[in-house]
Design a protein around this ligand. Structure first.
Ligand code: ZN
Ligand code: ZN
Length: 415
């Protein structure tokens, strides 16, 4: 139902007509139905460009499927605002009437169902909604907003691709880069912390090459399975025996593949390792230990040093203390003093930080809730990001995501 005479508060002092909410819920549902995989966000990018054009906002491409909008309103500060745009290879199981039935092509050429299972559709929609509000309320603010619609977050590819493509040669240098992420939390609550907001993450593929032989003739082989199995077990001692108990780190071996038949000792075994660390020092230690253990176990088995290939690397996501305090105050003013929760250090990862770090500009990243309070009744909690059941409430996501974006943007740009 659309009633243009009724207004809704997105946050304290930020009112929009009910029709604004209805329009953006429809936009959200359209993005939700049509997720595209990382670095394949072609139709998504075109749709964002079309909307920016409609709003009269100048824009350009950066990093292939990245879109940068330059929303200007006279003299004033310049602020960057990031929204990531990619979906995930997940078969959606929410049962929503706007659930995705789309598919995409994975890097290996295979087809996969796609879902906005991390809620990046809420980020696109709320960034466009904030842009629409600011376009319609030019007397409320001044300055420039660099709208950063970033592809490829889930593969740690997009922020770097945009920077490498000359993003900051074409867009004005902001005083801060802001970013937000939907989480399975109550609508009207926000979470952030100064310092590291997420973990650094590294993924490697390790190929152990031995010598193939008949299963009955181990003396003719150099068995890569036994060597790789020893590596996998020994890698478990990095966190448990080399790091202090209070240091948060993870070393996960997520894939292990070797052999085709039980009576053949294969030539190779391949496994991949995913590493989460809280800072650059721990990262350097853990990655160095992996190299040392892999090389030493190979030597113990009398085989060549295995090849290690980087799959991806997430940089730090570091919230600047001064700007975090400013964003916190803006969210508290917009949503109440109880609305902001101090975030623990998460072991997730995010490449948004690189959009600022690459040019020495501070970054603030916060998460926002978009679920009704009843979803948390009796100690239960809704399915989280990357679950096939992840289903933010469309209206709560639009209202709270847009409200948070505007509350913090206007803290910098408001008159
Ligand atoms: Zn994600
Ligand atoms: Zn995400």
């Amino acid at each position: 139902m659309t009633d243009t005479t009724t207004t809704v508060a997105l946050a304290a002092g930020i009112e929009v007509p009910q029709s604004f909410i209805a329009e953006h819920i429809e936009m959200y549902k359209a993005y939700h139905r049509a997720p595209e995989l990382s670095s394949e966000e072609h139709r998504t990018a075109e749709s964002i460009e079309a909307r920016l054009t409609e709003l009269g906002i100048e824009h350009f491409r950066s990093g292939g499927t990245g879109v940068v909008g330059l929303l200007t309103n006279g003299e004033g500060p310049t602020v960057g605002f990031r929204a990531d745009t990619d979906g995930l290879p997940i078969a959606e199981a929410t049962g929503l009437d706007y659930a995705s039935t789309a598919t995409g092509i994975l890097p290996d050429g295979s087809e996969a169902p796609t879902m906005h299972g991390c809620g990046h559709d809420t980020h696109i929609t709320t960034a466009l909604a904030a842009a629409a509000y600011l376009t319609a309320n030019r007397d409320a603010w001044h300055g420039t907003i660099v709208l950063l619609f970033q592809p490829g977050e889930e593969t740690a590819w997009g922020a770097k691709a945009m920077v490498d493509d000359g993003l900051w040669d074409r867009a004005p240098r902001p005083e801060v880069v802001l970013a937000q992420h939907v989480m399975p939390a109550k609508a009207g609550t926000f979470s952030l912390r100064a310092g590291n907001m997420a973990s650094l993450a590294d993924s490697w593929r390790i190929t152990v090459r031995g010598r193939q032989a008949h299963g009955s003739q181990p003396e003719m082989s150099l068995d890569p399975i036994v060597a790789a199995a020893s590596m996998v077990l020994r890698l478990q001692t990095i966190v448990s025996r080399e790091l202090a108990p209070i240091t948060p780190a993870v070393v996960t071996v997520g894939t292990f593949h070797a052999g085709l038949k039980e009576n053949i000792i294969p030539e190779t075994a391949e496994f991949s390792v995913n590493v989460r660390t809280p800072d650059e020092d721990v990262r350097a230690h853990v990655l160095g230990s992996i190299r040392r253990i892999v090389a030493a176990e190979a030597a113990a088995s009398g085989i060549d040093e295995p090849a290690i290939v980087e799959i991806n690397r997430f940089p730090r996501l570091f919230n600047d203390a001064e700007h975090t305090a400013r964003a916190t105050a803006a969210l508290q003013a917009g949503f109440g003093s109880e609305s902001v929760i101090a975030a623990p250090l998460g072991m997730g990862s995010e490449d948004a930080g690189w959009l600022g770090d690459a040019i020495g500009v501070p970054v603030v990243f916060w998460s926002f809730g978009a679920f009704p309070a009843k979803a948390f009744a009796d100690g239960s909690s809704p399915a989280g990001n990357h679950s096939p059941h992840f289903a933010p409430n469309a209206e709560l996501a639009v209202v709270n995501g847009t409200g948070a974006a505007l509350a913090v943007l206007l803290e910098y740009l408001g008159k």
